[in-house]
Write a protein that binds this ligand. Structure first.
Ligand SMILES: Nc1ncnc2c1ncn2[C@@H]1O[C@H](COP(=O)(O)OP(=O)(O)OP(=O)(O)O)[C@@H](O)[C@H]1O
Length: 343
């Protein structure tokens, strides 16, 4: 299947996302990285290819191409013309979303998360910049580059501003960590800013989250129900924190518009996720199998949490030092004033 790369939609730390048009005229989004630096993207492909939900960006296949003499790894997915939640907030005159819009988006995000969690996957990087908006108010969870299997022993990953206390302390990163991030996203939507005010640098944010016992401040002017919803997401103890299924029954989401859900579901059922690219998916899967992501070596870490946090602050970019020490933390990328950790 042939396709032509179009304009750039966005650049992340691990890849560039562009529009692409297939020979049959279908427009989709393609997330690309040099094959030699595509471990994160290949990991994302592994997760995205098994998920099929109206609330998760649809997977369309993967391909390896040769462009300007460079081998590129390409992940093909549904094109979401409205961009991210952050873009949606930016388009608002007041720079924030209304409570009913937040309720509507949250209903969809939690349905997506409930589905992802039911597949044994932790997203690990829920934030406005990773939630894509469709026409008609649909929202889909995207960027599974940091995702992991629940219980999988891998380095801590995510964006500090949205990181749960137990994650910041390096204790565990399970489903509950995604729910903490959901609480942070509500604040992001309501204020148009970071969930944590008064702290800018990632080190201070991590210390504060890990050791202060505080939760991000709930914006004033919220209804009692919205307040309670955020509190249930931001419970310090991950075992006490509500899960996606419980939150979906919260009164704050009563406003979740059934009509929106119907539109999203209908739109989703129109096409098969691999309809355009089936053939190439399989041929390129063979190529990617030979480059293998198993050979990926995360960087080494130091022993103390404080030392690790300092190390992270000093090294925001992805590195792969040659070291066999036990892996707990690593900084992978810097993005939109917040640093992302993988560890
Ligand atoms: N399917 C899509 N449709 C439209 N735009 C998209 C799509 N996927 C991604 N984008 C745009 O590209 C940007 C980067 O995508 P993404 O977050 O997946 O990349 P990344 O390299 O993982 O970035 P990050 O460093 O934030 O993790 C997004 O913020 C969004 O603006």
């Amino acid at each position: 299947m042939g396709w032509t790369r179009g304009g750039v939609l966005g650049r992340g730390s691990s890849a560039t996302v562009s529009t692409a048009t297939s020979t049959t005229g279908e427009v989709f989004a393609v997330k690309s990285a040099a094959l030699s630096q595509s471990e994160t993207l290949q990991r994302e492909q592994q997760f995205l290819s098994i998920l099929r939900s109206p609330y998760v960006v649809s997977y369309k296949g993967c391909e390896i191409t040769k462009e300007d003499n460079r081998l590129m790894y390409n992940l093909l997915m549904k094109y979401m013309p409205e961009g991210t939640i952050v873009d949606a907030i930016g388009r608002r005159k007041r720079g924030r979303l209304s409570e009913s819009e937040i309720s509507n988006y949250m209903g969809q995000i939690l349905r997506g998360l409930e589905y992802i969690h039911s597949n044994g996957i932790v997203h690990c990087d829920i934030k406005g910049a990773n939630l894509l908006v469709g026409k008609g108010g649909g929202v889909k969870i995207a960027d599974l580059g940091c995702a992991k299997w629940v219980g999988e022993d891998v380095a801590v990953r995510g964006t500090p501003m949205f990181m749960a206390p137990e994650v910041a302390r390096g204790e565990e990163q399970g489903f509950a960590a995604d729910i903490w991030a959901v609480g942070c996203v509500v604040i992001e939507m309501a204020t148009g800013g970071s969930p944590w005010t008064n702290v800018d640098d990632p080190v201070s944010v991590l210390y504060k989250i890990a050791f202060s016992g505080e939760s991000p401040e709930i914006p004033s002017g919220f209804s009692r129900q919205a307040n309670d919803f955020i509190r249930k997401c931001l419970i310090q103890d991950p075992k006490e924190r509500w899960g996606a299924t419980e939150l979906l029954k919260h009164p704050f989401l009563r406003r979740f518009n059934r009509k929106t859900q119907q539109i999203v579901d209908q739109d989703f059922s129109k096409g098969s996720p691999t309809s355009v690219l089936d053939q190439d998916v399989w041929s390129s899967m063979e190529v990617s199998a030979s480059v293998g992501i198993d050979s990926y070596q995360p960087p080494c870490s130091s022993n103390s949490l404080r030392q690790r946090i300092k190390q992270l602050a000093g090294n925001p970019h992805k590195e792969q030092p040659n070291c066999e020490e036990e892996i707990n933390w690593m900084m992978i990328r810097s993005n939109q004033n917040s640093w992302e950790l993988e560890g």
